[in-house]
Design a protein around this ligand. Sequence first.
Ligand code: G6P
Length: 607
Amino acid sequence: MCGIIGYCGPRDVVPLLIAGLKRMEYRGYDSAGIAVNDGSLRIVKDAGKVSNLEQLVRDAAVKGHSGIGHTRWATHGAPNQVNAHPHTDESASIALAHNGIIENYSSLRQELIRSGHTFVSDTDTETIAHLIEELYEGDLPHAVQKALRLIRGTYGLAIVSRHHPGMVIAARMGSPMVIGHGHGENFVASDPAAFLSMTREATYLEDGEMAVLTPDKVEYRTLSDEPIDKKLEQITYDIAAIEKGGFAHFMLKEICEQPQTVADSMRGRLLIEEGAVKFGGMAQAKEILSEAKRVIFLGCGTSWHAGLVGEYLFEELAGIPVEVEYSSEFRYRSPILEPGTIVFAISQSGETADTLAAIREAKRHGAPVFGICNVVGSAIARETDAGVFLHAGPEIGVASTKAFTSQITVLFMLALQMGRSRRVGAGRGRELVQQLKDIPQKISRILASREKIETIAHRYRDSNNFLYLGRGLNFPVALEGALKLKEISYVHAEGYPAAEMKHGPIALIDRDMPVVFIATHDGTYEKVISNIEEVRARGGRVLAIATEGDTEIVKRVDEVVYVPETDALLTPLLTVVPLQLLAYYMAVHRGCDVDQPRNLAKSVTVE
Ligand code: G6P
């Protein structure tokens, strides 16, 4: 979603802000801007890409040593030049960049208008700039504190004032902000990727905290002006992990990384001899897990799909009833969380606002809540009682790929761990652990058929509707395959359980609606083949994902992509890979912007 970068120090701030914004482009945005503060504020902003902003800044010959930058994903007001951040008060003495939503902006704005302020944009953010200016009496940090005490909603903020050159103020309520400490220079960003090439020493702001940055020091305070002691942390991930490394797009790089990332998710956690699993992060929750009577998975988007796969795994291996809830729905229901119910929140970013709110709701009902997150130090990782990290490395492509396979890997291991103390014997446990260990090299084999999948995508690139069908564990994979195609190719696609086709979607079948079947060898194979026949009988075209060695299926379908054989419970880790590649190549051949699909955001920090 929106990205913020801020800097004070000796460097030329403009290229630094532009580079920081480029590092955060993957999060999704529709306009971008910077404010440079050297005693006067110079603001350049516009709708469109950072490269467009870069040109505008060059034309305007803006220079300076402190400033802020922002990429905006529109919530209030259209994505245009006026609504782009940074926003200022009318005397242009304060400029700020904001992530989040101010809920009471309308009443604040009315009051400010009554006191003589004139607004130019449709945004909630502009209100904050006017409010700070209204309350300013010569001390910027105090004015910010007073203003933020009046605000309801969520924010990550970076603020500068022409009265305080060289100072940048950052504040957080529900939207991540990280402070980078350098030598004689300091940084602030909503995502450490923005300054990682310059410093790895950082602190994460908590809700209700602010930081006052000058080149020589950073002071941390609460909104009531109490000083806070923050410990510096080292950001450990490798810069190469946030670069494309020779791939045309981050999405392709991340799809191809999966043999490694799936292996990383299981590293150090498999007990081969015992046929079991151990998780450092769940050690103190052992008893809660072994006594659990019911499990609820919370998530959004791809993470919700992973939860659906988890449902099958937990029911099969641990014999525990499972519910999978959209976080956004869970929080507004009256959830029944009796003792023995445990909750897992699944989130790649660990920042998704709906999931965070759902966690708080579950905790309010007294349920133990565990996180399955990728981003270490994220809000969800910090707010859950314990959890398991994916260790998949930074995921930059907006369409989630490697996080999905790592989520399933972790869910499989959790289900096995809970199953081993219930209904899975050591022999079956060993078999499953071994099969899981073999998954990375099987994914590599699928990746080797990339070219074939590209050819198929090229052939079908003009189709505007797709149906994805699968059964059992591969039903959520059908949903995920359809979501990938929608997200990056803007092709309408729907996922269904294969047997449900006859209850509606069959009416849509014709030559213009290709159907992707996941038809691997498992208990429902014969039934899926019957569904394939039903499509063929109506003139439909079929693309099948089938198990290696299934030469029969070739006679019944138009295209087939093979995945290696594995235990039926592990097939989603393989069947999703060709679907990711199909979506990727369809998008490429339709000329779409794969890594920054329109209207989407990588991490959705608003409700
Ligand atoms: C956004 C992203 C999706 C992601 C979803 C949940 O919609 O575009 O790719 O699956 O958020 O994100 P999370 O970080 O909580 O997994």
